[in-house]
Write a protein that binds this ligand. Structure first.
Ligand code: NAD
Length: 289
């Protein structure tokens, strides 16, 4: 995918002069968002637990003439975020746009089957039932998605108070609207992200900071590849169910997020705050009948 596709045709440099911080910026979806923001003139800080993946994204952006910086940071650790913030401020000045992208699921917060069956209690280790869910796995997922959204916001939103054109973008999910089978922890944690988006939008409404969220539908990434596809690339039963419930009949591509990202971060949405926008090919609108 080239930079041209990521650009707003009516205003190709619409984020010139803005500093954007993207947590989890080394990941599949957020690296595409980072490239798009850089391609539209922003200075982009890629904050990630894994500095080497962040650096790869930075290298790609710089190869195309964009401005980017890799910053090592843990969204669950305020000290680490504070250090990352200093590095960003030194290189690019105060943050205008924060994209809270770090997030994900954990196998220990996931049941093996969609429905409980009493016979599974006898299966012991072969099946993870509701009763086997590990509190530590569940806590990991709540921390990464919810606390991992709250702490970077505490750190970087300080830069935005009383300044023009500042925005926070959280990343929610389809399962925040209605939980998906098997993944109670991830569903609950993303519901918390959507709820927090609304709470913070109200809290900051008069401080000049808009707070919105994007809720991607089903995008084939490393996080869910084995859930949705077999080794030979064909769809699993779950993959078939998803495509069958997606009126547009396909998985999302990371580039599908960019138009909404530009809209939510730009002037065109200056009276929009507290919304969670589904980018899902119609999944959340379809009743299944
Ligand atoms: P990904 O797994 O490709 O990338 C996540 C990135 O976050 C990785 O680079 C990882 O190193 C980083 N990270 C993990 N823990 C961190 C921490 N503690 N501190 C800092 N960085 C950390 O994820 P993705 O598929 O690109 O998803 C991005 C966001 O979109 C996530 O919030 C995810 O839950 C959400 N989402 C994804 C999908 C999908 O279909 N992939 C759908 C809906 C929502």
């Amino acid at each position: 995918m080239t930079h041209e596709i990521h650009k707003n045709p009516t205003n190709p440099q619409q984020f010139k002069g803005k500093t954007v911080v993207i947590t989890g910026g080394g990941g599949v979806l957020c690296s595409t968002m980072a490239e798009a923001m850089a391609g539209s003139g922003a200075r982009v800080a890629i904050l990630d637990l894994k500095p080497e993946v962040a650096q790869q994204v930075v290298d790609q952006i710089r190869d195309r003439g964009g401005e980017a910086l890799a910053v090592e940071g843990n969204v669950l650790d305020l000290k680490s975020l504070n250090k990352a913030h200093s590095e960003v401020s030194k290189a690019f000045g105060p943050c205008h746009i924060l994209i809270n992208g770090a997030g994900g699921n954990h196998p220990k917060g996931t049941t093996s089957k969609t429905e409980f069956n009493i016979a599974d209690l006898e299966a012991k280790d072969a099946v993870t039932t509701f009763f086997d869910l590990d509190p530590e796995g569940i806590q990991f997922v709540f921390n990464l998605n919810f606390i991992g959204t709250l702490l970077p916001t505490q750190e970087f939103a300080r830069d935005m108070i009383g300044r023009e054109g500042c925005s926070i973008i959280n990343i929610s999910s389809m399962n925040a609207f209605r939980p998906l089978t098997k993944i109670p922890a991830y569903s609950g944690a993303k519901a918390a992200v959507s709820n927090f988006t609304q709470w913070l939008a109200v809290h900051f409404a008069k401080s000049g900071i808009r707070v919105n969220a994007m809720a991607p539908g089903f995008f084939l990434t490393e996080q869910n590849r084995t859930l949705l596809t077999e080794d030979d690339g064909s769809l699993t039963d779950r993959g078939h169910t998803i495509i069958g419930h997606t009126p547009m009949g396909r998985f999302g591509e990371p580039e599908d997020l960019i138009g909404t990202l530009f809209w939510l971060c730009g002037e065109g949405s200056k009276f929009v705050t507290g919304v969670v926008v589904p980018i899902d090919g119609g999944f959340s609108a379809f009743s299944g009948v």
